[in-house]
Structures are given as structure tokens and as C-alpha cells.
Write a protein that binds this ligand. Structure first.
Ligand SMILES: *Cc1c(COP(=O)(O)O)cnc(C)c1O
Length: 466
């Protein structure tokens, strides 16, 4: 080794000498974590020296970098963000925002022992589904219900219970792929079922189903084409006809509803979507839907319908692997409780509140925030209030848009580069701001920025150096 480097290395403090300065940090982070951080920083400095750089060995500098590294490591990567993408139920941003009552219920359930599987009247073991079954039945008209981790799990469990090693006819027009690699053909095969494709992409007739049914058929399934629409020369078979066909062959008719709607959305000015109750009334034996899409609850999958089928599903050993935890159950139950009062639902349930926010309300907010935003970004950017279109999201209603308002931010020079840098700076804020780049502008849709969040949104803009 070079004598010069050797000589310099003698000035590098030892691990124990640095640790002696870090009593408070050791109390906070623990001896092991602090020692590891010190070792890492010292070896970094050694490496720099070998690379011919001139590292600073001053104790204050070393302590600072050790503390920075400890802070960095303690920071969670799962952090709240401002969802200004215009997609209300954004799957990558966690879908539904929970209601206050659901959050309180989660916190209570998490804080100590609960009656999760304890029958308080009888003083013996109970059933975890008991907490939500009655209310799901009340809201959907189902005879029985159970819940699992998400709708993908609901589909898997239902298929595996009712059609293991059997054939399941599905229209070619319904072989959907939902984001995050939920694909009907794949989930079928993993459930142990044989998918029988019937009809064509655009047109499927009742006879296509009846021709496909034989003694190997386990059930009939309809899948909601949540995230796309086939238009033009099309035909699908009404649920009532599929229900009759299934009944005639003594096989269950199952509908994967996707987003899971329980109310008349039209009355709230939103696009029409069949409710679980309507689908059951149309003759579905089971409906399956997500808890964190339109329903506005926690990630979960709901299975509701015929008592005998739900009972069979609950006996499947896979149910144990897919069951909900107490915290999610508490949130789901509290969310469903809100549906008991349709008059307050749209104001209590954040998902509906955001979806029904009026364009004029969002415009007024944009007008209010334009000036502080423009000031924070400085002269290099031009900020305009513009009309934008929000989407419901999570693959529901791909063709429907909700008129909204927001900002178009354009760079005055080096447009693309400056905008990309700004978008990155937005993402690096304590509460990252997520917008979208479109046609040389950074678009921020304000639909999901609540009035309570406004001041934090503006305050942290000061952290962006113009
Ligand atoms: C969203 C969706 C699923 C998957 O639901 P998750 O709750 O995300 O697991 C399955 N089927 C359809 C039709 C859907 O729209």
C-alpha cells in the first residue's frame, strides 16, 4: 500500500472512538444499528481515500453522515402521497381512502384483544365471518356471505371449491386481465379448473353456453369486463338467461362483479353500475367483488349468495390461507355500516365524496391555489388553471370521465428536462405529489386534494428550490 495513504489512514478514527460520541443515537436506534452505520461510513471514507479522493476525516463530518444514514434507513418507503393523477381509485396508490369510522375501528381492533373468533354471548369459540355476514346480507339481499383478502382470492376460492377439476365456460369477450396480473385464464388454471372459452370476442349467444355444458361442467361464470368495453356489433347473454341455464343443469351461476357496487350511483350523478343486489335478483347464485374499489373499504374480497355454496366455500382449507385479519375485518365492517344510511353515505365515505365532488368546487380550489403554487415554482414555470377529466379508476368505468379542474405546469425553457426534474422534485417531497406528464405539461388534477390537505400541500412547496 502507498505510504501516503497509510499515513492518512492513521487519522481515520476507529469504530469505538466514533461510537463514544453517539450515546444519544445508540439510545434511540440501538447499538447494533449505530455500529453498522459507523462501520459503513468509515469504510466508505477508506474507499474514497484509495480512489484518490480527498475525504474529510473530521469527527463532526463523520457523525453527520452516520446520523443521515440512520435517518434514511428508519424512513418507511410506504408513505402518504398527494394523488393528483386524476384517477380516484388508483390501484398503485392504494385505491380507496378509508372513512374516519373505519380508521377508528382499525385502530381499536389493533390495540388489544378482540372478539375476533369469540362468541361473547355463549362464551366460546366464534366465527370471524359473524362480524360482517349479517350486514353484507342486509345490503345485498344474499342468504350468506364470507370474506377473503381481495377479489382475486374470492374468485380463486370460489372456483377451487365449486369447480375443482371441472370445466368452467366463460365468454371470450370476458377473458379480462386486470392490472397486477390478474388474468381470468391464469386464475382458472391455478384454481384447478379448466376454462372453456365460449362465443367470440364481440358476440356470445346463449347457445354457445348451452353447447359447452356437459357432465364435466362445474359452474357458469360471468366476469365483469371492468377495464375495457367492446362496442359495435356485440352481443352478451343477459344474466337472467345464464341463471336459468345454470339452474336447468343444476350448476351454480357465479358473477365476478369486479368493483362491487351496493347503491344507485346514477342518483349521485355517477355512471350506472349494477348493484350486488340486482345481480343476485337476476339469478346469480354467488356474487364476488372487491372491498377497496367503489365500495370504499379496505382491501378485501366479498363472496355473497346461496347459503349452501357459501358453506362449502368456508369449508375449503384454502379459506384459512386467504382469510381476513382482524384489522381489515374491523375496517370493512365499519365501512359497510355507513351504507345503512344512504343519506349520509356520500359525505362520510371518502371514495364517494371524492367521486361526487362538483367541478365548480374543484375549480374554486384551483383558483385559490394557483398563485401560491406559481410563486413557489418561480419564473421558470407557467402555471395555468385548466379543465381536466378525472377517472374513477381501479379498472372500473374505463370510458367514463368526471369533469374536474387542476393545473397545467409548463416550463418556459428546456421544457421536457425542466418538467421531468420538477416532477421528480414533487416526488421527493415529504408528502410526494404525484401528477402526470401529458403533451409537454405536468398536469395536477385537484379532485383528490381535500380542503384539509391544502395548507400542507402549499407549505411543502417551499421545499422546492426554484
Ligand atoms: C378488480 C377485479 C378483480 C380483482 O380484484 P382485487 O380486489 O383487485 O383482487 C377481479 N375481477 C374483476 C372483474 C375485477 O374488476
Amino acid at each position: 500500500m502507498n505510504d501516503d495513504i497509510q499515513a492518512k489512514l492513521r487519522h481515520l478514527p476507529s469504530v469505538s472512538v466514533v461510537l463514544a460520541e453517539l450515546d444519544d443515537d445508540i439510545a434511540r436506534w440501538g447499538h447494533q444499528a449505530v455500529t453498522a452505520a459507523v462501520r459503513e461510513q468509515l469504510s466508505l471514507l477508506r474507499a474514497h481515500l484509495h480512489q484518490g479522493k480527498k475525504p474529510n476525516f473530521a469527527m463532526a463530518v463523520i457523525l453527520n453522515s452516520v446520523r443521515d444514514s440512520l435517518l434514511r434507513e428508519s424512513r418507511s418507503s410506504l408513505v402518504p402521497v398527494f394523488n393528483l393523477t386524476g384517477i380516484v381509485l388508483h390501484s398503485n396508490l392504494g385505491r380507496a381512502t378509508l372513512a374516519e369510522t373505519a380508521i377508528t375501528a382499525m385502530s381499536k381492533a389493533a390495540s388489544g384483544a378482540t372478539t375476533l373468533e369469540y362468541d361473547i354471548t355463549e362464551g366460546k369459540r366464534g366465527d370471524r365471518d359473524s362480524h360482517i355476514e349479517a350486514i353484507i346480507c342486509e345490503l345485498t339481499g344474499a342468504e350468506a356471505a364470507t370474506v377473503v383478502n381481495n377479489n382475486a382470492a374470492a374468485v380463486l376460492l370460489t372456483l377451487n371449491t365449486l369447480a375443482l377439476n371441472k370445466h368452467v365456460p366463460v365468454s371470450r369477450g370476458e377473458l379480462v386481465e386486470i392490472g397486477g396480473s390478474f388474468r381470468v385464464p391464469d386464475i382458472m388454471s391455478r384454481s384447478g379448473c379448466h376454462l372453456v372459452e365460449v362465443g367470440t370476442t364481440n358476440r356470445t349467444h346463449l347457445s354457445d353456453y348451452s353447447d359447452a355444458i356437459d357432465s364435466d361442467t362445474g359452474l357458469l361464470m360471468r366476469v365483469h369486463t371492468s377495464n375495457y368495453r367492446i362496442e359495435g356489433f356485440t352481443k352478451t347473454v343477459p344474466e337472467t338467461d345464464l341463471a336459468k341455464l345454470a339452474w336447468a343443469h343444476r350448476i351454480p351461476f357465479v358473477v365476478d362483479m369486479g368493483c362491487g357496487n351496493l347503491i344507485n350511483l346514477k342518483a349521485l350523478g355517477l355512471p350506472h353500475e349494477a348493484t350486488a343486489r340486482e345481480t343476485l335478483e337476476n339469478g346469480a347464485d354467488l356474487v364476488l367483488f372487491s372491498g377497496d374499489k367503489l365500495l370504499g373499504g379496505p382491501q378485501s374480497g366479498i363472496i355473497a349468495g346461496k347459503r349452501s355454496l357459501v358453506a362449502e366455500i368456508k369449508k375449503n382449507p384454502l379459506k384459512r390461507a386467504l382469510r381476513l385479519d382482524k384489522v381489515t375485518l374491523a375496517a370493512l365492517e365499519a365501512t359497510l355500516q355507513l351504507y345503512r344510511n344512504p343519506d349520509t353515505l356520500a359525505s362520510e365515505l371518502p371514495t364517494l365524496k371524492l367521486l361526487t365532488r362538483s367541478e365548480s368546487d374543484i375549480q374554486a380550489q384551483a383558483a385559490r391555489l394557483r398563485e401560491p403554487l406559481a410563486t413557489a415554482l418561480g419564473d421558470s414555470f407557467k402555471v395555468d388553471v385548466i379543465a381536466v377529466s378525472s377517472q374513477i379508476g381501479s379498472g372500473s368505468f374505463p370510458m367514463e370521465v368526471l369533469p374536474s379542474a387542476g393545473f397545467s405546469i409548463r416550463a418556459r425553457q428546456e421544457e421536457d428536462e425542466a418538467l421531468r426534474t420538477l416532477h421528480q422534485q414533487f416526488r421527493e417531497l415529504a408528502t410526494p405529489i404525484i401528477g402526470r406528464l401529458s403533451n409537454g405539461a405536468l398536469l395536477l388534477d385537484l379532485r383528490c386534494l381535500t380542503p384539509e390537505q391544502e395548507s400542507h400541500f402549499i407549505e411543502q412547496l417551499n421545499d422546492i428550490a426554484p
